[in-house]
Design a binder for this molecule. Structure first.
Ligand code: CA
Length: 231
């Protein structure tokens, strides 16, 4: 069932070997590249299901690789970056990356990210039939009526909370940066907007997690943004 094709782009041999060995052990198919230029070529010729992309490549910035791939494809891109490259991580997400892994990462973390992506791909495949509504665990958004429900109960959301919820739902499984969200909701991303976003997120999350022991729908990525988890 794991027969996804993963393109691994990493110039650091020990990390690349760790990744490819893990993929092999878990029955994923893979290709690997050490240069941005090669990665772009392989992405276009082999049409992989996921790209794992190091940001610091010898010939070009990984962010340029994302931008190039995004001119023709929406395929999931998971960025691999060092902890010191926090702003790069945000730039990468804004350029169209779906998720990130911070070095050093564990094999379990890598596999978890791939599973998230796999679920997101499966959800995207079903989306054609689900244009009118979105369902994730007990959460249901009726796009036609403009209402959201948790189980049988209607959620009483403000218009902004509803907009944020729809944006997160549309991108379920993806980490959205503060800038991305505020641009979509308010059309700007001043510090004030980001501060407001925090407040709206807190109230939205409270309403979503009212059920109590259910897992949280919205994950906070401190200093980066938010993600709706695919339950
Ligand atoms: Ca590197």
């Amino acid at each position: 069932m794991n027969k996804m094709l993963i393109l691994v782009v990493e110039d650091d041999a020990p990390i690349r070997n760790l990744i490819t060995t893990t993929l092999k052990a878990h029955d994923y198919n893979y290709l690997s590249a050490t240069l941005g230029e090669t990665a772009i070529l392989q992405a276009s010729s082999h049409n992989p299901d996921v790209v794992l992309l190091d940001l610091g490549l010898p010939d070009m910035d990984g962010i340029e690789v994302i931008k190039k791939i995004r001119t023709w494809s929406n395929l999931p891109i998971i960025v691999i970056s060092a902890r010191s490259e926090d702003t790069d991580k945000i730039d990468a997400l804004d350029a169209g990356a779906d998720d990130y892994l911070t070095k050093p990462f564990s094999v379990e973390e890598l596999l978890a990210r791939l599973r998230v992506t796999q679920r997101r791909l499966a959800a995207a495949e079903n989306q054609g039939a689900m244009q009118r509504e979105f369902i994730n665990g007990a959460l249901r958004i009726d796009y036609v009526a403009g209402c959201a429900y948790l189980g049988e109960k209607e959620l009483h959301l403000t218009p902004i909370e509803y907009k944020i919820l729809c944006l997160l739902a549309k991108n379920v499984g993806r980490v959205l940066t503060h800038t991305f969200i505020t641009q979509k909701i308010w059309g700007s991303s001043w510090d004030n907007d980001i501060a407001s976003l925090r407040v709206f997120m807190a109230t939205l999350r409270k309403k979503l997690d009212e059920g109590g022991d259910a897992p949280s729908y919205i994950q906070t990525h401190i200093g980066v943004g938010y993600r709706m988890q695919k339950l």
